[in-house]
Ligand binder design. Structure first.
Ligand SMILES: Nc1ncnc2c1ncn2[C@@H]1O[C@H](COP(=O)(O)OP(=O)(O)OP(=O)(O)O)[C@@H](O)[C@H]1O
Length: 618
């Protein structure tokens, strides 16, 4: 059993992810092929249709160069005017068909490409949402945003115009090459050799450019991530007058990005330069050899012009391939990173976590739990306690002692390395987390609010709540008192992270949210900040209601909560050093007594452990 648990799995997952990223420094076409196949499969017929259109399009494009031979040899030189209408008619018809097919291709493929981006974004976001908390601990928000929004952008080139243009280009080149061979074998062999060298150069250039693109996406994510953080933390930035240093950090990131773009631009312009030179060389060779072939009576003037035109038709797609190749390279790099994210194991995908919980009563037990975030750095040691259904367990202790970690284990964010955490007798490591989390409610110190309305923020925990249930929750949590005073009532926008509300209002809102969720197990991380006594009283009333009949875990700071707790666990350096009720612990005159009496003189209703708040040791 033990070996299957996701806690160990968590470390294994991390190691596997690290190993995977080491193993895949560069995406190869065959690596991303399964993904491409998956994307292409539902759009098979669209692509088949597009290829047919492409065939017509490319065949039509060859009519014009082919017309040069009869036009020059028959019409211009021999004045056979009878064939002129046929030649002109064929050219006109072919051009019109070419135009129509080009238009349809762009329409069909661009729409399909954009739709694909939307689908892929939704898929990646949903997957990221289902990943374990440990994944978020290790990845920056900005990087995740880039994974979801930018990385999938490039794939439009795979389904979109990129791949069809690519194949179309190759097809035209082959057709043109066959025609050239029919006209003059020696001239075609010489130009063929030069073109092959060019193609090899292009391939090398792709190899150089690919890592630059990978690096660019990484830099982009870093710069965007830092920018998001500094904009989000504007109050701290301004409070410390750190605008300039933030600007410097940003400028540094932008500079790196610029250098990256410039290095890829250099490679791209080198490719353009070499393609121009190659065209010149091929042109000169053809001119030289064509003139000699004409003098020897082996090539008519019409044959020569038509040859030159076909050559141009063969070279143009080759040069176009440089562009499309770059786009495809970019798309593959993006797809590779997307695949990396999609290959992360979702919380509920762990085979060991198969047990779907029905409604629970909320009996939580820690059985000799040891836990570490990082190997060899244990955070919890032999944690052993039981919380009976409907009771309050308060956790107190110094900062960094492991209180939040215990709560994380109750929430199933992390799992015990040794021992087990059980809910109603079921080991959380074997439980389908989606069936458990629906019965869990959290009210955290850092209230998490969206930039939406008060209503949206409350019903977030239960989107299908009725109007009565919503209003009842707001009334119990005393949200009604301030919400109804706003001009827009419950439709008032709270601002990013709730900046337009006071600390107390934010807390009341998050209590309403938890009341509406009606959880069996409640997690409370009380705010340490002093609130005025009126707010405090209101919040306490809401909390009292909320805690009633639920198994509550609270990182407690308010004495009222602690006094009322059925058991208090005093945590120090990852161990429970004392346990009991307030009266029992107080009478013991141990660590709890110490913490309590030291702080009591400073705060009347606030219990601050050492290291928390602005405490002065008495
Ligand atoms: N995601 C993490 N990765 C690695 N170590 C962590 C992580 N979260 C916490 N820790 C470490 O685990 C230890 C316990 O932290 P925890 O947050 O549980 O303490 P706490 O008692 O809740 O502290 P506070 O009261 O200050 O919030 C600390 O040493 C901390 O550095």
């Amino acid at each position: 059993m033990g070996a299957e648990k996701p806690a160990r799995g968590g470390n294994i997952q991390r190691a596997a992810a690290a190993e995977l990223s080491l193993k895949r420094p560069k995406p190869k076409f065959r690596d991303v092929w399964p993904e491409i196949k998956e994307l292409v499969k539902p759009r098979k017929w669209l692509l088949v249709g597009s290829f047919c259109l492409m065939l017509v399009n490319r065949a039509c494009s060859l009519v014009l160069p082919a017309s040069f031979k009869p036009l020059t040899d028959e019409v211009f030189i021999k004045h056979h005017m009878a064939i002129l209408p046929e030649v002109v008619g064929a050219v006109l018809l072919a051009t019109i068909l070419q135009g129509i097919t080009s238009y349809s291709l762009t329409q069909l493929l661009s729409t399909a490409g954009q739709r694909l981006i939307a689908e892929l974004r939704t898929k990646v976001q949903a997957h990221v949402g289902r990943l374990p908390v440990s994944y978020y601990d290790e990845n920056r928000t900005g990087a995740l945003v880039a994974r979801i929004m930018s990385d999938v952008e490039g794939v439009r080139n795979i389904i979109g115009t990129g791949i069809v243009d690519f194949v179309g280009g190759v097809l035209t080149a082959i057709l043109a090459f066959a025609y050239l061979l029919m006209q003059s074998v020696p001239m075609t062999i010489v130009t063929g050799v030069i073109m092959t060298i060019f193609a090899l150069l292009v391939q090398r250039a792709f190899k150089t450019i690919r890592p630059i693109f990978r690096e660019r996406a990484k830099l982009n994510a870093e710069v965007t991530g830092r920018l998001t953080e500094s904009l989000g933390g504007v109050r701290v930035v301004k409070g410390y007058h750190a605008e300039e240093s933030e600007s410097r950090v940003f400028a540094g990131g932008v500079e790196k990005l610029l250098n990256n773009v410039i290095s890829s631009l250099t490679a791209q312009s080198l490719m353009t330069l070499s393609s121009t030179v190659i065209m010149g060389v091929v042109g000169a060779v053809v001119m030289w050899m064509g003139a000699h072939a004409n003098a020897a009576g082996k090539l008519t003037p019409g044959g020569y012009f038509s040859y030159v035109m076909f050559l141009a038709f063969m070279t143009a797609p080759l040069i176009q391939l440089v562009n499309i190749g770059t786009q495809l390279t970019e798309a593959m790099a993006g797809l590779d990173r997307t695949r990396e994210v999609l290959s992360e194991i979702e919380e509920d995908a762990n085979a060991a976590q198969h047990h779907a919980l029905g409604p629970i009563v909320g009996e939580v037990k820690f059985n000799h739990v040891n836990f570490s975030y990082v190997d060899d750095k244990p955070v919890l040691h032999d944690i052993n306690f039981e919380s009976k259904p409907g009771t309050v367990t308060a956790l107190v202790g110094s900062s960094g002692s492991g209180k939040s970690t215990i709560i994380s284990l109750v929430c199933g964010f992390h799992f015990a390395n040794e021992g087990s955490v059980t809910v109603d007798g079921h080991d959380l490591a074997t439980v389908k987390l989606s069936s458990y989390r629906g019965q869990l409610g959290v009210v955290l110190q850092e209230t998490f609010l969206f930039d939406g309305t008060i209503r949206e923020n409350v019903v977030f925990s239960r989107p299908d709540a009725t109007e009565e249930q919503f209003l009842e929750a707001c009334r119990i949590a005393r949200v009604d008192e301030f919400a109804e005073r706003f001009e827009d009532g419950y439709q008032t926008i709270v601002g990013e992270r709730g900046v337009k509300l006071s600390g107390g209002q934010r807390q009341r809102l998050s209590i309403a949210r938890a009341i509406l969720a009606d959880p069996r197990i409640l997690i409370l991380d009380e705010a340490t900040s002093s609130l005025d006594s009126e707010s405090e009283a209101m919040i306490q009333q809401g909390l009292n209601y909320l805690m009633r009949g639920r198994t509550t875990f609270v990182i407690a700071h308010r004495l009222s909560t602690i006094r009322k707790a059925d058991q208090i666990l005093v945590v120090e350096q990852g161990r429970i050093v004392e346990r009991g009720t307030h009266d029992e612990l107080f009478a013991m005159q141990g660590r709890y007594y110490d913490l309590y009496t030291r702080q009591h003189g400073l705060e009347t209703n606030l219990f601050l452990a050492p290291g928390e708040g602005d405490t002065v040791t008495a």
